[in-house]
Design a binder for this molecule. Sequence first.
Ligand code: COA
Length: 389
Amino acid sequence: MSISIGIHDLSFATGEFVLPHTALADYNGTEIGKYHVGIGQQSMSIPAADEDIVTLAATAAAPIIARHGSDRIRTVVFATESSIDQAKSAGVYVHSLLGLPSATRVVELKQACYGATAALQFAIGLVRRDPAQQVLVIASDVSKYELDSPGEATQGAAAVAMLVSLDPALVRIEDPSGLFTADVMDFWRPNYLNTALVDGHESINAYLQAVEGTWKDYTEQGGRALEEFAAFCYHQPFTKMAYKAHTHLLNYNGQDTDKDAIAQAIGLTTAYNRVMGNSYTASVYLALASLLDQADDLTGKPIGFLSYGSGSVAEFFAGTVVAGYRDRLRTEANQEAIARRRPVDYAGYRDLHERSFPTDGGDYATEEQTTGPFRLSGISGHKRIYQAR
Ligand code: COA
């Protein structure tokens, strides 16, 4: 029998503030149905001035270290597409904030929203090589588009931390994977820009092509039949995309695209992304958290995962939910991370959106805003300074 490796624990964090889409719609005159129904978004998380991908990541990972300790963790893989440094891995700051042992390898991975799935698969490879080891995988992103652009409604922020281990308590990740890469320019962020560039409609098409491509390869690799899956966790740049993707997959397989069947397959996966917005690398694993927290018993049931990262790389794979998983969920903490956010008005959000540190190497302190356990206290000599509170 093959050994069982997968997600042993999962915890997430999100920004200090929340902007309801009603506030954006009031400002730009959009009919609210376009946001609530058309793209399937209700609100978006906005990080405080003293939060970033590092503070979100440390906040997500701290409960995992508290529960399991760090003795078996020899690798931290940090996936992000909103990187804060061209050279140093954001994971090294997290390693320091969490007091992880020096005998750890830490690295940052990038391929748009797909990065965390690469991290998960690489982690599985490391655990297979030495099943005594665990890997901490972190997906952390702040999604930022230009103000007044179509992408503005699909921003958000969150981090998911996952402990990958032998005999996982939540989800066993299966072979095979279906893979797909295509060189497309649907979404990208040149080094000199703070906000992403996107051709939204091209991106939807590229995503749907990737659904087909990964599924075709998954089938050719001997994967499960479509009917075997109890639910599907899709990457959700906006939650309506999951509906488009699943409809496309059903059509591709010549199956009925009955509304109720689609809602049954993905309805429970969208609750968290709908209120936090796009969290890029974290989004597909927030879909998993949302499903596990809300579904009736899924023990033994296969879940399909479709991870898409613009540019583009995608992967389809299956995970089986492990007996006893419900006792290990963090449902209350997850709901609290969402409920604790403080509303920000449109002017306040716009002000936060436009902030950036001066680049002259001087000393700059950030305003104290976050009520979370970690903060970015400032920058000095081009070095970001973090604080645990
Ligand atoms: N009530 C209900 N639905 C409405 C509506 C209303 N009043 N007004 C518009 N809609 C629907 C549209 O019909 C459309 O639905 P459809 O896609 O099913 O046809 C949807 O709302 C969006 O409208 P659209 O005109 O396409 O919006 P847009 O030009 O502002 O673009 C995105 C929307 C999502 C493409 C844009 O926000 C974007 O580019 N976001 C970034 C996406 C991304 O991050 N991609 C990269 C990662 S995959």
